[in-house]
Design a protein around this ligand. Structure first.
Ligand code: MLC
Length: 529
């Protein structure tokens, strides 16, 4: 199979060490080393030993609230130590961590809690008024705890009563099977409502091992972490990656371009990971070329296609060739350009150790030869277990011989590099976040003035793609674009809400009545933007 030289679990046969076991090993090896350091208030710094103790204490607290193996513990928190402790403790208990984007408004949140049948829910004190009315309608939710990350002592006292056993003590960790679900992350689909992707302990472990090998993680690494931690990129690839390596993570609570460049040029950071929108914002700073990033050994880009201008801009401005990689929630990371070797512009690189990639004809599902464009399919220990309580949707997303259908279009180059060139699914990626048009369309047609609509992604210099709604109005109705955007923002996360509304007399449809989105994109999107 094409890919990196075989790793220690090539073919997925030899199991790597579980993520938690590798973390505990690092606690033993580097107890006094800084594991996490928050760069903005409240300033917090935890060594590996301290983090371990706090995770244990949090696990005891969760046990005292009745959390058992397999229970879902939902987290809708800002980027804070409480989030990390609750996430790691949940996984340690063999329960299932359910990170939720803070941008989800109450209606969306209610759906996630209901669908996952979460038992415990941790949210921000500041969201209490907004979300509490919905919570009483969730019979399976036993408790909701509101936290205030700006006062860390409140969480300390919440978990204080819980005893802390030392490493290796009985009851210290509940052994989980590699096939047990560790985390559920919701992803939207082309049809229906978002689905919970079940990511197992085995998925986490194998993907971390692949990335550890491919990116040469070492305990001496210092990661600058600016991404949100409720998605695969910030949580698994960045945070877990550093903990797996015994490295130090410096966490910025919210991305700030100027401060990011200050830290990257400080000489302290060795690794940085971001999405193209973030890389572009760094390049757009007027003083960008005054920063020396030569001490940063690895800068990766993922979650969205890296525009050639950003790739080249990074080379010109910082003298650094970005390493683009390719992944998704259901599979973790699939491909990466090499650490040593050619980082090819426009390509997502080679399949990672243990990951198999093939290209098939999207209609016939026949495997295609090198150079031909088709749908990318993935197989390996990184591929998720399935969608939570959705066996049919799970079955539909795999080929009969067990490969995951990504919905991405691409081709293999003769030397094994994978190049992506579009999507067969109707997906928009905005600033590294996935937006599925049907979710937005469903909301828009609820507005009395809207008779029909089509949501498309228009190329955009800042966001990669800009969510754009093309709308026809009910006869005699009138409504402004601003009103429709406001209507969406009350019901959807801001990043999913259209940034622009285009009114039309009618929408182009084919003989079957299906809206011709490709035609709309040509007509509506501004060329060259
Ligand atoms: C914020 N906004 C967005 C947006 N992020 N709109 C569209 N797309 C987005 N991604 C909204 C805000 O709510 C705000 O609206 C307005 O746009 C401008 O906000 P901002 O302050 O400029 O944005 P900011 O908060 O700085 O966020 C931009 C960003 C952020 C790029 C830093 O979007 C981000 O962290 N993206 C990374 C997402 C990520 O981690 N994806 C990984 C998924 S995992 P208003 O009107 O309220 O002001 C995955 C798998 C893999 O895909 O392979 O990695």
């Amino acid at each position: 199979m094409i890919g990196y030289p075989s790793g220690s679990h090539s073919g997925g046969k030899i199991s790597p060490m579980s993520f938690l076991d590798s973390f505990v090993e690092n606690v033993r090896k580097y107890p006094d080393k800084v594991a996490l350091e928050f760069l903005d208030p409240p300033l917090q710094r935890l060594t590996y030993a301290e983090l371990e103790e706090q995770v244990n204490r949090t696990a005891r607290y969760l046990q005292s609230r009745g959390v058992q193996r397999g229970d879902r513990v939902a987290l809708q928190l800002s980027k804070c130590i409480e989030f990390i402790l609750l996430h790691l403790a949940t996984v340690r208990l063999g329960a299932i961590s359910l990170p939720l984007n803070l941008a989800y408004p109450p209606d969306e949140l209610k759906y996630f809690l209901e669908d996952s049948a979460a038992k415990l829910f941790f949210a921000l004190e500041t969201s209490k008024e907004k979300i509490q009315p919905n919570l009483s309608q969730l019979p399976e939710l036993k408790e909701c705890v509101f936290l205030n990350p700006s006062s860390p002592e409140e969480f300390d006292s919440l978990i204080a009563g819980s005893q802390t056993p030392s490493v290796g003590a009985p009851g210290y960790s509940i052994a989980s099977d590699f096939n047990d679900t560790a985390v559920i992350i919701y992803t939207s689909g082309t049809t229906g409502r978002p689905k919970g992707a079940e990511i197992t302990h085995g998925n986490l472990a194998s993907n971390l091992q692949s990335l550890h090998e491919a990116w040469g993680w070492t305990p001496d690494d210092v990661l600058l972490h600016v991404l949100p931690i409720f998605h695969v990129h910030g949580l698994f690839v960045a945070l877990h990656g550093a903990l797996r390596a015994g490295a130090t993570t410096l966490l910025m609570r919210e991305f700030d371009a100027q401060r990011t460049l200050d830290f990257l040029s400080s000489g302290r950071c060795t690794v940085f990971m971001a999405v193209p929108t973030i890389h572009k914002r760094l390049l757009d700073l007027p003083n960008a070329n005054q920063f020396d990033l030569s001490r940063v050994r690895l800068i990766t880009s993922g979650s969205d296609r890296l525009p050639d201008e950003t790739f080249k801009g990074f080379q010109q401005t910082f003298g650094y060739t970005l390493l683009e990689r390719y992944g998704m929630t259901e599979t973790g990371m699939n491909c990466s350009n090499p650490l040593n070797g050619e980082r090819r512009i426009g390509s997502v690189g080679l399949p990672l150790p243990g990951v198999d990639v093939r290209i098939v004809n999207a209609e016939t599902r026949a495997v295609l030869p090198v150079g031909e464009i088709g749908e990318v399919e993935i197989r390996g220990p990184n591929v998720f277990k399935g969608y939570w309580r959705q066996p049919e949707k799970t079955a539909e997303s795999f080929s009969p011989d067990g490969w995951f259908k990504t919905g991405d279009l691409g081709y293999l180059e003769p030397d094994g590099y994978v190049t992506l060139c579009g999507r067969s699914k109707d997906l928009i990626i905005s600033g590294g976040l996935n937006v599925y048009p049907p979710e937005v369309e469903r909301v828009l047609v609820e507005h009395a003035a809207v008779s029909a609509c089509a949501v498309i992604g228009c190329p955009d210099a800042e966001w990669g793609e800009k969510v754009t709604a093309v709308v026809t109005l009910t006869e005699g109705a009138s409504v402004s674009g601003e009103e429709l955007i406001r209507f969406c923002r009350e019901r959807l996360a801001p990043y999913k809400s259209p940034k622009s509304i285009v009114f039309r007399e009618s929408l182009p449809r084919n003989a079957m009545g299906k809206i011709q989105k490709a035609q709309l994109r040509n007509e509506v999107c501004q060329p060259g933007c």
